[in-house]
Design a protein around this ligand. Structure first.
Ligand SMILES: [Zn+2]
Length: 285
């Protein structure tokens, strides 16, 4: 993974690229009237990188923070930002549950193997926040269903619930006029299942919704680069190809052969991964 870098993506949008151990991308949208932070990061140290970057640019610090979903690496830094949280109603329900969790190493180790929700992330939590560990789960002040629009002065954020296999509460944020789509982890596979998977039932409507945004810049939660419209279209076409061939019910080798026959090119690493995860999700309800 590349070094974390703070950069400007468009007129109003700043981006902090992902970092170790599992820090997701963060963004800040700076309007004439106020600034909005997109996602609250994995820790205070993580979000300070973004806040320091904004200070150096001489722009206003966030007045609100929008959460894309409830996973720890997107919420643990909320207190440090000290800007009220805006979240989807399902994210708020998760945050209420997380408040009662014990985050000590002992408690994390006990949950390993018992609670699918945390299994994958325990090592990363230990690395991001060594003991003695203090985790403050901040509750949102504003909760919405469906969608919500924020007008920051000369720039707006359209926050839309999209769901998906990764997290049912996932929202994306579309920034206009910058044509930036902040995806969070919405387009990723499941993480809290023994085998990662995609279901056509959830992925197909999600892809259609995302294609409806006429964006020029696509920011993914754990992607090292901001994607162009062309790169995003290529990604979706690989997913669509994998979904089409996985639906034929063949084994992995035959499915990959079908992908090659249909597209005329040897499946790359991404397509192989999508084929595997879509086969894994074929029988999931
Ligand atoms: Zn996530």
């Amino acid at each position: 993974m590349a070094e974390t870098e703070f950069s400007r993506v468009s007129d109003h949008v700043y981006w902090l690229s992902p970092g170790k151990p599992d820090r997701p991308a963060l963004a800040a949208v700076v309007g004439e009237d106020f600034t909005v932070m997109l996602d609250a990061g994995a820790s205070a140290a993580h979000v300070r990188l973004m806040l320091d970057g904004l200070r150096e640019e001489g722009v206003a610090l966030p007045r609100y923070t929008v959460l894309t979903h409830w996973h720890w690496d997107h919420i643990f830094g909320a207190k440090e930002i000290s800007a009220p949280l805006i979240a989807h109603v399902q994210t708020a329900e998760w945050l209420a549950k997380l408040t009662t969790q014990d985050w000590s190493n002992n408690a994390l180790d006990q949950r390993l193997g018992h609670s699918a929700e945390f299994a994958y992330s325990i090592n990363d939590i230990k690395l991001e926040l060594p003991e003695p560990r203090r985790v403050d789960i901040i509750q949102p002040e504003m909760v919405f269903e469906g969608s919500l629009d924020l007008y920051l002065g000369g720039v707006s954020c359209h926050i839309q619930h999209v769901g998906g296999d990764h997290a049912a509460d996932s929202v994306v944020i579309y920034v206009e006029p910058d044509r930036v789509l902040f995806l969070g982890d919405a387009l990723y596979q499941t993480v809290y299942s023994p085998i990662p998977y995609f279901t056509a039932k959830r992925l197909l409507p999600l892809m259609e919704t995302l294609q409806g945004f006429e964006a020029d810049h696509y920011i993914e939660g754990h992607g090292d680069a901001v994607m162009s419209r062309m790169e995003f279209a290529t990604l979706l076409s690989k997913m669509r190809l994998a979904m089409t061939v996985a639906a034929q019910g063949l084994d992995e080798a035959a499915t990959l052969a079908a992908a090659q026959a249909l597209s005329g090119i040897v499946p790359d690493e991404d397509t192989e991964f999508f084929v595997q995860t879509m086969i894994a999700g074929r029988d999931v309800e």
